[in-house]
Design a protein around this ligand. Structure first.
Ligand code: M6R
Length: 590
């Protein structure tokens, strides 16, 4: 996920474009770059947050009434100045900012390099200005050169494009990445998201995939891929700027939960890279995961999966406890470090300690973060920036990477197919939201919760309980369903709600019996089960799921409802779920 803005105005563009791109910093903060057109294309760009780079480069000083800007969340190539957008063609005539991933960029890059084009970055984006240059050199009109370029791209893209020789025209394109148009009396805009332009105009045109726009100061034209004009409606935005930044949601957490179906899809696009990495592993006879918090819970799902599917002995260590167990690690162990931030001090310290002793793999969301420089192999989750302190979409993307890893370790094609079907099913899950709001109202005043599950879904219970603690300040305890009878049953009464995770599968009957024991002690049950499950009728509140998801894949979906549950209890208790007290997004101390 990156943020892009472009404007054509009746005045110098730099101050406005800088203000606008700052509103998209939540979409990426590795680097910033701006290009404007005067009698040439002027580009200023650098690595770091917007204010840091601005204090060195002084963006407002740039001349020109037309410009494009970009904040980057790195996907291809480290967050360096060279990889920052905008990217230009060989002669600096075309300049492009891009949000998305060009899947066939390697082939295109090779073709262009063979034809003599010179590349300056490692990005997938840079093929775009070079392709436009190529087609202009072949004699096509500008718009046709862009059209021909787009037809050669596979993947997702929102683009804003400048041409030195057409200094009053900005072209934008959208395909599977967001792009909106802002319309005003003083000029026109494109942007990844509404907050970028809300200070300038509240009149917006929403684009669909494969639509092209041509903007001048006084005119907006929308076309299809055949360059035929399309009539579009102008919508008036009534959100406040703060709400707009959250995509119309009240909090980042709920916005990030809603992004989960897309995140599953994006992370599945890493399948080939994960397959390559699995092919490069040395021989190992044991796997060890090291992580903290939510990433630790994702690791536990990994342990259940790897042991049951591949038979490779696997264990999970908390990074902060790693010191006490590291003596058993040897060169036949593969160690997998999971961390969304890539900056967690406990996890990095564990990696540094062991890196020369065993083969290491990091599963991480932030490209270029510290851990990516220390591990032998890196797999990127594709969750985009996560702003809310509570991890939601990054957990889902970690799980997708783990399932893919297991599928390739085990050469299990069927599992890969099931993962693709999950990305569609996850959209249905968002349908339980209203019912979860009612359950949240009912239990908002409880002081303690239990979450119970078995096998693959014991980690789901732990993660559900962690979400509850983190953002509602209610004590939540995750437990293996079969373990309550060995002690905690003594605590149960009608004041303690118990969340039972009960997907269909081999563990169903045993878990069901445990839940009956719990019910018999007077506790109120909230049950997560398949929507054709009639055994649970009358046992408590139910949250229903598609029956084809059995216990092996349930961790990917059932957690979404538990994230919603924690979110709505937090709202009921008047807490800001995005900024829970005493916690930070990235924990850089041991
Ligand atoms: O960045 P990491 O994944 O290494 O962070 C580890 C934990 O600090 C993190 O998962 C924490 O538990 C989350 N805030 C939970 O929502």
């Amino acid at each position: 996920m990156c943020g892009i803005v472009g404007c054509v105005l009746d005045k110098k563009v730099a101050p406005t474009i800088l203000k606008s791109i700052k509103k998209l910093e939540y979409r990426g903060y590795d680097s910033i770059g701006i290009a404007t057109v005067t009698d040439t294309i002027n580009v200023k760009k650098g690595q770091g947050k917007i204010d840091e780079v601005d204090s060195k480069l002084d963006f407002e000083d740039m001349g020109g009434n037309i410009g494009i800007a970009h904040v980057r969340w790195a996907t291809h190539g480290n967050p360096t100045k060279e990889n920052s957008h905008p990217h230009c063609d060989c002669n600096n005539n075309i300049s492009v900012v891009h949000n998305g991933i060009i899947e066939n960029y390697k082939d295109l890059r090779k073709e262009l390099m063979d034809e003599g084009h010179q590349f300056k970055s490692e990005t997938d984006t840079e093929v775009i200005p070079h392709l436009i240059e190529k087609y202009l050199d072949e004699g096509l009109e500008y718009l046709e050169a862009v059209q021909t370029t787009i037809k050669r791209l596979n993947g997702s893209y929102a683009l804003a494009i400048l041409n030195k020789d057409m200094p009053d025209t900005l072209i934008g394109v959208r395909n599977e990445s967001p792009l909106i148009v802002g319309v005003s009396d003083n000029g026109n805009y494109v942007a990844s998201d509404v907050p970028a332009i809300l200070n300038e105009t509240n009149k917006v045109i929403y684009l669909k995939d494969k639509e092209i726009i041509r903007l001048t100061k006084d005119n907006v034209e929308v076309m299809n891929l055949d360059l035929e004009p399309i009539e579009k409606e102008v919508t008036k935005i009534t959100w406040s700027p703060d709400r707009a930044e959250k995509g119309g949601y009240d909090h980042f957490m709920i916005k990030e939960i809603y992004e989960e179906p897309q995140v599953i899809k994006d992370t599945l696009s890493e399948a080939e890279k994960i397959k390559d990495i699995v092919g490069k592993f040395k021989k190992f006879n044991r796997i060890c995961f090291v992580a903290c918090g939510t990433s630790y819970h994702a690791s536990l799902v990994g342990e259940y999966l790897i042991e049951s599917q591949t038979g490779i002995p696997t264990e999970v260590m908390l990074a902060s406890e790693f010191d006490y167990f590291q003596n058993t690690i040897d060169e036949d162990t593969l160690i997998i470090f999971i961390t969304q931030s890539g900056e967690t001090a406990d996890t990095i310290k564990a990696l540094k300690k062991i890196k020369n002793k065993a083969e290491t793999l990091a599963i991480v969301n932030v490209v270029g973060s510290t851990i990516t420089r220390e591990a032998d192999h890196v797999i990127y989750t594709r969750a985009g920036p996560e702003i809310s302190v509570a991890a939601t979409k990054t957990y889902i993307s970690q799980l997708v990477c783990i399932y893919l890893l297991v599928a390739y370790l085990n050469e299990d094609e069927e599992l890969i197919e099931k993962l693709y079907s999950i990305s569609k099913l996850s959209e249905q899950l968002l349908d339980n939201e209203e019912h979860i709001q009612e359950i949240a109202k009912k239990y908002k005043d409880a002081n303690n919760f239990f979450y119970v599950g078995r096998g693959f879904n014991y980690p789901t219970a732990l993660e559900g309980a962690l979400k509850l603690k983190e953002i509602t300040y209610i004590h939540g305890e995750g437990y293996p369903a079969g373990e309550l009878k060995h002690g905690p049953l003594a605590l149960l009464d009608e004041n303690i709600p118990v969340v039972g995770i009960l997907p269909p599968g081999p563990s169903y009957n045993k878990t069901f019996n445990n839940l009956e024991e719990i019910k018999a002690r007077g506790a109120n049950l909230i049950l997560l089960c398949a929507n054709d499950d009639t055994q649970v009728d009358g046992m408590g509140d139910t949250l229903r799921f598609n029956p084809i998801i059995d216990e092996e894949l349930a961790p990917l979906l059932y957690i979404i409802d538990l994230q919603f549950l924690a979110y709505y209890i937090s709202i009921e208790r008047g807490i800001d779920p995005d900024k829970p007290k005493n916690l930070a997004k990235s924990v850089t101390v041991e």
